[in-house]
Design a protein around this ligand. Structure first.
Ligand SMILES: NC(=O)c1ccc[n+]([C@@H]2O[C@H](COP(=O)([O-])OP(=O)(O)OC[C@H]3O[C@@H](n4cnc5c(N)ncnc54)[C@H](O)[C@@H]3O)[C@@H](O)[C@H]2O)c1
Length: 319
């Protein structure tokens, strides 16, 4: 299997490391920043493509690890070249862009898979299974929390480019909730940046709190932060008519190191990114269906877009 990574930044590196642990996978890479491309090729042992056209001609599947605003253009070109494609979350900057990508995937009969890695984290997979199997009875509330400090690259903090915290970070939770609880109906959100813009003040991070009411009546709370100096933390707390399920990465981290940081010490076969990419390659080779559909990727973006609108206007938004 020959896979072409487009975008040799943070996520391109994570994906390349995982492909390097798989048998029979050859990695090609392309980036508009030629210095970055050169050092990526040297460090990761990838093959160098000189353009997108060159890359698409050399590979069986494409893995898009680009800033969010560029996802649509590159995915549309990959679809036209009939290359099955994995695209990093969020699937695109807007619902309209997601729809154009889905239309092209259908017209070209070419697979498009959004990379919602949270579904491959063992803790989130277990919590999903417990709730979906009815082990906590009828779910009444689900509280999720994700975050730490602000991302380093500036484009993440530009709402036009990344969608800000409600699209870039909270989309992880929005997808997991839709997968676990069904159809979202009403979204209310507040964010430090969108709700409290004071002239002359530039927040380096953001904090947002979103509630989503599901068709079943279950209420979800999503807390997202890029303003926690205490380090990265993820929590799950779900309650239902017959029980509860809880997880806190600070209490049950796979490994804690000094300064409160946590490190991933999953065995390579259990690593969520490894499992996500393995599932994608199995879907490309026809051994299984994709784990996440493009329509689910678009629904997660729709919830994020509604949250941005709600945080901007101060009003709840119906989906
Ligand atoms: N799943 C996760 O856990 C996770 C974590 C972080 C980021 N992400 C997502 O991954 C995506 C990439 O984020 P990142 O942190 O790797 O960004 P990054 O800024 O570190 O890297 C992006 C790379 O894309 C290159 N690039 C930009 N425009 C290009 C173009 N038109 N053609 C080719 N190359 C181009 C840049 O030169 C850069 O090397 C984003 O959508 C982000 O939201 C996912």
């Amino acid at each position: 299997m020959r896979v072409g990574i487009v975008g040799c930044g943070g996520m391109g590196g994570v994906h390349a490391n995982k492909y390097a642990q798989m048998d029979g996978v050859e990695v090609w890479a392309f980036d508009i920043d030629t210095e970055r491309l050169d050092s990526f090729v040297e460090q990761r042992g990838a093959l160098r493509a000189t353009s997108l056209t060159d890359l698409f001609g050399a590979v069986d599947a494409v893995d898009v690890c680009l800033p969010t605003t560029v996802h649509m253009d590159v995915v549309l070109r990959a679809m036209d070249s009939q290359k099955p494609t994995l695209v990093e979350k969020p699937m695109a900057r807007t619902v309209e862009e997601c729809q154009a990508m889905i239309d092209s995937s259908r017209a070209n009969r070419t697979m498009l898979v959004p990379a919602h890695v949270v579904r491959f984290f063992p803790e989130f997979q277990a919590a999903h299974r417990v709730i979906a199997n009815g082990e906590i009875g009828e779910p009444a509330s689900v509280r999720l929390r994700r975050g730490g400090g602000a991302p380093k690259a500036d484009w993440f903090l530009d709402i036009e480019k990344s969608g800000g915290i409600l699209l870039d970070l909270a989309v992880h939770e929005f997808d997991w909730l839709n997968w676990t609880l069904g159809t979202p109906k009403l979204v209310c959100s507040r964010s430090v940046r969108l709700g409290n813009t004071v002239e002359g003040t530039e927040f380096r991070g953001d904090y947002a709190l979103t509630t989503i009411t599901y068709e079943s009546g279950c209420v979800a709370h999503v807390e997202s932060t890029w303003m926690d100096p205490g380090g990265f933390r993820v929590t799950i707390e779900a309650m239902g008519s017959g029980g509860a399920v809880e997880y806190d990465s600070r209490v049950n981290s796979t490994l804690r190191v000094s300064g409160g940081a946590t490190e991933n010490n999953y065995a390579s076969g259990d690593d969520p990114y490894f499992r996500q990419l393995t599932a994608f390659l199995k879907a490309v080779s026809g051994e299984s269906e994709p784990a996440v559909t493009a329509e689910e990727g678009m629904l997660a973006v729709a919830v994020a877009q509604a949250a941005i609108e709600s945080a901007t206007t101060g009003q709840p938004v119906s989906l």
